[in-house]
Write a protein that binds this ligand. Structure first.
Ligand code: CA
Length: 226
């Protein structure tokens, strides 16, 4: 899952980036509203963390309104130093999906980002489920049936992305855009390698269950049953 952070205070921006990256997200940071607007128009972002007070031609509230009026529906969490009811309502009315008052804990930020990412697909609690494969975005546990599966950060993020799009063909470019940040120098070969790692962990050890991670020749990959 790839997150855009729009925050003008470098210390906070970098801390948010590091904190989210530690949880397995790919994170890009921009420091003003105008650059934020340009980046946020990219459909590859799965969520946006937006500071309310920003330099540039608009503040976070105006930026949020502009994005929504441009039909950009990426989930947005607004950050603010102010916590009065009026400010919260203004943030939410501008089209933000959630609101977090500074100073906040990274655990709370991560939990709220996760909650936003959980909205569209069918998900019970914090778990994503496909056949007997489950991925818990709260505890970071992955299981096939009762059998726990140990994944690296990137493997987990890749599987989480695929599980958000069950039955859809996902291209290598889509994977690169959603699982790595823009500074990562990732070649399509690298994706094949990671898909191989994942297959060796979620499918190969379970010959009695059906293989879920399928290669769609010439297009990409599909996580599906049948
Ligand atoms: Ca600010």
């Amino acid at each position: 899952m790839r997150i855009l952070v729009i925050e003008d205070e470098p210390k906070i921006a970098q801390a948010v980036k590091r904190g989210l990256e530690l949880k397995g997200f790919a994170v890009d940071v921009v420091y003003d509203a105008d650059t934020g607007l340009a980046y946020a128009s990219d459909p590859d972002y799965d969520a946006i963390v937006l500071d309310r007070m920003l330099p540039g031609s608009m503040d976070g509230v105006k930026l949020c309104q502009k994005l929504r009026s441009d039909d950009i529906s990426t989930p947005i969490i607004m950050l603010t130093a102010r916590g009065t009811i009026g400010d919260r309502v203004e943030g939410l009315n501008s089209g933000a999906d959630d609101y977090l008052v500074k100073p906040f804990s990274f655990d709370e930020l991560t939990a709220r980002v996760r909650a936003l990412l959980r909205r569209p697909p069918v998900q019970v609690g914090t778990s994503l489920k496909l056949a007997d494969l489950t991925l818990d975005t709260g505890s970071y546990e992955v299981r096939r049936g009762e059998q726990p599966i140990k994944l690296s950060h990137k493997e987990f993020t890749l599987l989480e992305y695929l599980m958000h799009h069950p039955g859809q063909v996902i291209t290598k470019d889509m994977i690169i855009s959603h699982v790595w940040d823009q500074d990562a120098d990732i070649l399509p070969n690298t994706i094949e390698v990671y898909i191989g790692y994942l297959r060796n962990k979620i499918d190969r050890p379970f010959p009695k269950s059906e293989a879920l991670l399928q290669t769609v020749r010439g297009f990409g990959y599909k996580l599906s049953t049948g």
